[in-house]
Design a protein around this ligand. Structure first.
Ligand SMILES: N[C@@H](CCC(=O)N[C@@H](CS)C(=O)NCC(=O)O)C(=O)O
Length: 211
């Protein structure tokens, strides 16, 4: 039994979606961001950054969305959500996972929390730079997907899950991911997945999922 600490429409949604894809038993603790529950000392003791997601695995708190996704894929190899260690696709899997977590995701953090980088007075400049980084990242994904259905190899992996969630975060931006034609087709394929539709239902998210 896993316990996921999340909050609707956040990085926690990615792990919620993955748990549904895997069909494993889990319970979920939804934190109230309005009430600041993610910064309360009880939660900081399991996630010192005060962010979601955190997944409790065998009594141990695991943090970082991409790390949790890779760990779950590893713990449930029959699902085939990560290429096996030593397989030809493993390098691409690691590179894309780290790039999404370390390259693209921080740009979204800057877009949604622009005051963090240089104070509220510089939010506009931070958002402008975040937007440029996000659009460059989306263009890179779009080019990669020109002749492919998924990002790594020929089957769905946790890289697709991370990429799809980041694409979703762009939905209200000046240029959302669905503005790029290959990404639009890709996101539409992901939006047809039962577990992604189910996580929207469970988290009460009504926008984006139907295009
Ligand atoms: N690097 C972290 C970032 C997670 C993150 O930024 N989560 C956001 C929601 S998408 C959050 O918890 N924000 C609340 C806050 O910063 O107070 C991860 O990948 O898990």
């Amino acid at each position: 039994m896993y316990t996921l600490y999340g909050s609707p429409s956040t990085a926690g949604t990615a792990i919620h979606w993955l748990l549904l894809e895997l069909g494993v038993p889990f319970e979920i603790a939804m934190l109230d961001f309005e009430a600041g529950e993610q910064k309360a000392s009880a939660y900081l003791s399991i996630n010192p950054e005060g962010v979601v997601p955190t997944l409790i695995v065998d009594g141990v708190a695991v943090t970082e969305m991409a790390a949790i996704a890779a760990l779950l894929a590893e713990r449930h190899p029959d699902a085939g959500f990560a290429p096996a260690v030593g397989s030809p696709e493993r390098a691409a899997y690691l590179s894309w996972s780290f790039w999404l977590a370390n390259g693209l995701q921080p740009a979204f953090r800057a877009w949604f929390y622009p005051q963090e980088a240089a104070g509220a007075q510089n939010s506009e400049a931070v958002q402008a730079s975040a937007r440029a980084r996000i659009e460059a990242g989306l263009a890179r994904l779009d080019a990669h997907l020109a002749d492919r259905d998924v990002i790594v190899g020929d089957r769905f992996s946790t890289v697709d899950l991370l990429a799809t969630i980041l694409c979703r975060w762009s939905r209200n931006m000046p240029r959302p991911a669905t503005d790029w034609p290959n990404l639009k087709r890709y996101v539409d394929r992901m939006r047809a997945r039962d577990a992604l539709r189910e996580v929207h239902r469970r988290e009460g998210l009504t926008d984006w999922i139907n295009g």
